[in-house]
Design a protein around this ligand. Structure first.
Ligand code: FE
Ligand code: FE
Length: 163
């Protein structure tokens, strides 16, 4: 589909995020399994739960735009997930690996924060106030997850230094 209007661009970006969130539902269980810290494991598990909610919200956004939910490969998320897989497979000490997993996960959250910030603003400009609210809710959850990871890193990085 050609992208001619600003609203076409919004739809295109939503398709990209819809694919990115699906990729994450596959990656987060592997991150949880690879983590040693119980708090980090549970942070990944609870974000998996939220991620399923992000997919549902995007489906509501598609409906609001009169479109069927469609995925468009998010190449950037493929790369970020691939980097996460490298951490998972790498031979590392447990705490050092936890620190690396947090680094990989925060890259993902920052990417999502950028993506949702963009579509939230597009929806606002196009007067889709209900869709703006949905997208802002997800944006808030991504930001809260990023902050939670920063908090966990505070303790886990110190343990990794001692290893
Ligand atoms: Fe998400
Ligand atoms: Fe996220």
């Amino acid at each position: 589909m050609a992208i001619r209007t600003f609203e076409d661009l919004l739809v295109d970006e939503i398709k990209d995020l819809y694919d990115a969130e699906h990729q994450l539902t596959k990656a987060l269980p592997k991150m949880a399994k690879a983590a040693t810290s119980p708090d980090l494991k549970s942070a990944f598990e609870s974000h998996l739960h939220q991620t399923e909610g992000h997919i549902k919200r995007l489906e509501q956004v598609f409906a609001g735009l009169g479109k069927k939910p469609t995925r468009k490969t998010c190449v950037a998320m493929k790369g970020l997930v691939e980097e996460g897989s490298e951490v998972i497979e790498e031979d590392m000490g447990a705490e050092v690996k936890d620190a690396a997993l947090i680094g990989a996960a925060q890259r993902v959250e920052h990417y999502e924060i950028a993506g949702y910030g963009t579509v939230r603003t597009f929806a606002h400009l196009l007067g889709h106030n209900d869709l703006e609210t949905l997208l802002q809710s997800t944006l808030n959850e991504e930001a809260a997850t990023d902050e939670k990871l920063t908090g966990l890193a505070g303790r886990i990085n110190v343990k990794a230094m001692q290893q």
